[in-house]
Design a binder for this molecule. Structure first.
Ligand code: ATP
Length: 233
């Protein structure tokens, strides 16, 4: 519904072998809204996404997707419409674009993905290993679209992408949020580009929230982000 956030993370702690890598994270993302998840290497961005998707158990706290409790369960998260695109993009390099799309959805066609990303049409018979990084990322998003995500978590979106490819993909995410009402969490190294497409931004530092605010405000105050990256208040 309009009043419920599509993704609600409360007091989330998670980590590895019982040792927390993130602590007490609170995040809310409304339908149709994009949250940029920022922070230096090792800050806990990937851990936050993996815990939100149920791939890592929560050491504390809760995750709610479109009103359903999904904490620690990939299955429940998936059923609630929460999808994670991992930083390796989860596409199969030895399969063609068409085969990858077909795998995403055993029943029904992949037409809707091609309607959204017609750039993929001429590439359907090409093996994914031969696509550019940007094309692979588009395919990963297209594949995920077939699952009709209500909440989309994207890790290191622009890893290995040219600046031009990043400039092409970010508007697609904005469109996905605006037109489909998808709630998006975007982990992104390019701070300016992330802030230009996001509604809100969070900076993590040493597994904790160092800064949270409207993207437009943070764009105007880059010093604040800089300080959060270094862990100064
Ligand atoms: P990057 O931008 O470098 O990917 P990140 O913000 O995504 O960093 P995480 O990958 O979430 O950070 O890592 C958070 C902390 O958890 C780091 O200290 C990291 O060393 C640790 N960590 C990550 N993965 C594991 C793992 N599989 N086993 C043990 N510790 C891990």
């Amino acid at each position: 519904t309009e009043t419920t956030d599509a993704l609600e993370i409360r007091g989330l702690s998670a980590g590895y072998r019982g040792v927390p890598a993130i602590r007490d994270i609170d995040l809310r993302v409304a339908a149709g809204s994009i949250l940029a998840l920022l922070g230096p290497n090792g800050a806990g961005k990937t851990t936050t996404l993996r815990a939100a998707a149920g791939l890592l158990p929560a050491l504390g706290g809760t995750v709610t997707a479109v009103g359903s409790p999904v904490t620690g369960s990939v299955e429940r998260a998936t059923r609630a419409g929460l999808c994670l695109i991992p930083d390796n993009r989860g596409v199969f390099h030895r399969l063609t674009v068409a085969e990858n799309l077909r795998l995403a959805k055993a029943r029904g066609g992949f037409g809707p993905a091609l309607d959204r990303f017609p750039q993929l049409r001429p590439l359907l018979n090409r093996r994914c290993g031969l696509l550019s990084g940007g094309e692979q990322q588009l395919l990963a998003i297209a594949k995920t679209l077939l699952l009709r995500p209500r909440v989309l978590l994207i890790d290191e979106m622009s890893m290995g992408l040219s600046p031009v490819a990043v400039q092409q993909i970010l508007p697609e995410l904005r469109r996905l949020a605006d037109e489909d009402g998808t709630a998006i969490v975007l982990v992104e190294q390019h701070i300016d580009q992330a802030l230009s497409v996001a509604d809100e931004a969070v900076v993590l530092h040493h597994g904790r929230t160092a800064l949270i605010g409207p993207a437009a405000d943070l764009r105007e105050d880059r010093d604040q982000i800089q300080r959060a990256y270094f862990g100064d208040k």
